[in-house]
Design a protein around this ligand. Sequence first.
Ligand code: JFH
Length: 254
Amino acid sequence: MRIDIISIFPYMFTSPLSYGLLKRARETGVVNISVHDLRGFTHDKHRTVDDYPFGGGPGMVMKPGPIFEATDALRRPESQVVLLSPQGRLFTQTVAQEMVSREHLIVLCGRYEGVDERVALQVADEELSIGDYVLSGGEVAALALMEAVVRLLPGALGSSLSLQEDSLSGAGWGGGGLLEYPQYTRPAEFRGLDVPGVLLSGDHAQVRRWRREQALERTYRRRPELLESAPLTPDDRQFLKKLEGAVTLPAREE
Ligand code: JFH
């Protein structure tokens, strides 16, 4: 996969692309990521990328010219152009799975109060939001999107095991999964806090059952809407009924 990012702050990407999965995926040729300074596609002395909003109002809007020129220079027949904005369709794991099959992504990062609407209408194939909160620009959203997509590329993860587990569990979104069960590692007692005994018991059937019930209970308490689309067994449903019957218990007893 090739990814071209267009931003007025290209150096915001330097560190995030230099660590962990994104670094490794770039080094091994799984993905080829380039960052382009939008100001390189201006022609005036001041390299202007913004202007006042027609109709008035606060702040500045990104001019269409430099963005059209940048995408004209980078676009190929197989490209998917993505615009990050708070008005976009919600970017979920399901959307990441759709995008992983594309050969070329061009990711547009706005700043100020956003971009001229003609960019959304004529340049972008997809307008996406990573969630209902206001960032100061598209760069952090672009990084979240890239990390979610690149880790799905064949060869991006060390072994394909974690990936398999993600897809089996549905990983808690879109695919119809549950939230994950709590995890513990050594030591078995830390500052007076014990690891649940069942995890030390060596009884694998009991461990499996405990983890499933923890996943169900967490999902029920924190993200109940996920239960609507989760694949649940009759045992799962019986356990959830028991939970509901327990008079909407407080999350923890004192
Ligand atoms: C972005 C920004 C809009 C104005 C609330 C009322 C008025 C600041 C480009 C994506 C997600 C973004 C995102 C993506 C691109 C840009 C900043 C936009 C307003 C705010 C203020 C500029 C933000 N998922 N969150 N944020 N901004 N609005």
